[in-house]
Design a protein around this ligand. Structure first.
Ligand code: SAH
Length: 340
């Protein structure tokens, strides 16, 4: 019989299971804390749950942890992990360090269906949705797991194209009985899928980042096919009308493509579009890869664009590129084995 996994398991479900086998359901919280909080994955080490109950649970549950199949360390201290799940899907995460911040960038799908022109993940096609277990495992399976204090759901895939599993993973990450992450320490990045975004904004579980990339419909449709069915204008209006409760934050991402989307017309249209939304624009100089022919802007072009945005009142930040040489910067994740 196929066993269930504790990783990915929600409290109510485990409480019901434990009640149904005639034990005290309060053991569910204890058990999940060992796994999600203490990161102990050997049931034999648990010392505050009766052994008979643990043995019974072990008949039906595996912990469900799986280790990376490849680990690649970058020169800047970042580390890329490649995983293969039980359905043979490949996916990656990247750990980045900066002073007190240890940020883990996790994947929500293997591959992606969005086909953004500038992104490498899109170019490998779509292999499948990750489960909440696959998503949580990316945090739990790494050696410095307990030092991670920020999670960005910006790896492979479009999280709102896999909302059920992603939202369930965020619930476990932020729950007191789960990993107990602060909601403000998690950011979900999306192209903006309207129906799913409505669901997210109904009860926002974490910060939100929206991939803007162009304020012009024709150009954005060309760069990001999702624009055709889910126009950014509607996405922005939705956010304007359903602001995230403080201290949660919304930001917009903007991949800087030399000679494409950095003109003063772009700056003006962006300022107009974001007027009235407390947010910042996070500029990501394009990370090159062999699947697309864009150019990374030189400093001068980028600084001029930023100065224009600032003079129009748009707060900007630049996302420092990390893990470039190990193919793990934004938009470079292809989920490939070194050997293939
Ligand atoms: N599917 C999510 C997460 C994508 S990765 C989303 O689209 O928001 C996080 C950010 O990196 C997105 O804004 C994405 O558009 C951007 N990105 C993709 N490829 C890139 C590249 N080659 N260089 C820089 N940024 C890139």
């Amino acid at each position: 019989m196929q066993k269930n996994n504790l990783i990915g398991c929600d409290i109510e479900w485990l409480e019901d299971y434990i009640s149904n086998i005639g034990a005290d359901k309060r053991y569910a919280i204890k058990l999940l804390r060992w796994v999600y909080r203490k990161r102990i994955f050997d049931l034999g080490l648990i010392n505050d749950i009766p052994r008979a109950l643990l043995d019974e649970i072990a008949k039906n549950f595996d912990v469900g942890l799986f280790y990376p199949s490849e680990i690649l360390a970058g020169n800047d201290g970042s580390v890329k992990y490649l995983y293969q799940n039980d359905k043979n899907m490949l996916f990656e995460s990247v750990l980045m360090r900066a002073e007190k911040r240890n940020t883990l960038c996790v994947s929500s799908q293997s591959g992606c269906r969005m086909c953004c022109k500038f992104c490498m993940t899109g170019s490998i096609g779509f292999k499948g949705n990750l489960t909440s277990r696959d998503i949580l495992n990316q945090l739990l399976a790494i050696p410095k797991s307990k030092e991670v204090n920020r999670i960005v759901i910006m790896g492979m895939g479009e999280p709102l194209d896999n909302s059920d599993e992603v939202l369930s993973a965020i619930r476990i990450l932020t729950a007191d009985w789960g990993c107990a992450f602060g909601k403000t320490n998690i950011t979900l990045s999306s192209v903006g899928i309207i129906d799913e975004l409505k669901r997210f904004l109904d009860a926002p579980p974490c910060n939100l980042a929206i991939s803007l990339h162009s304020p012009f419909r024709d150009e954005r449709s060309d760069l990001m096919p999702i624009e055709k069915s889910n126009p950014i204008k509607e996405v922005v209006n939705l956010i304007k009308n359903n602001p995230l409760p403080k201290p949660l934050r919304v930001s917009f991402e903007y991949v800087a493509l030399s000679g494409v989307n950095l003109s003063s017309n772009h700056a003006m249209a962006i300022a107009e579009m974001l007027k009235g939304i407390p947010c910042h624009l996070n500029i990501i100089p394009w990370n090159s890869h062999e699947s697309a022919k864009f150019k990374t802007p030189k400093d001068e072009e980028l600084q001029l664009f930023i100065a224009q945005l600032n003079s129009l009142g748009v707060l900007t930040t630049i996302r420092k590129s990390m893990a470039n040489e190990i193919g793990a910067a934004c938009g470079q994740m292809a989920g490939r084995k070194k050997s293939t």
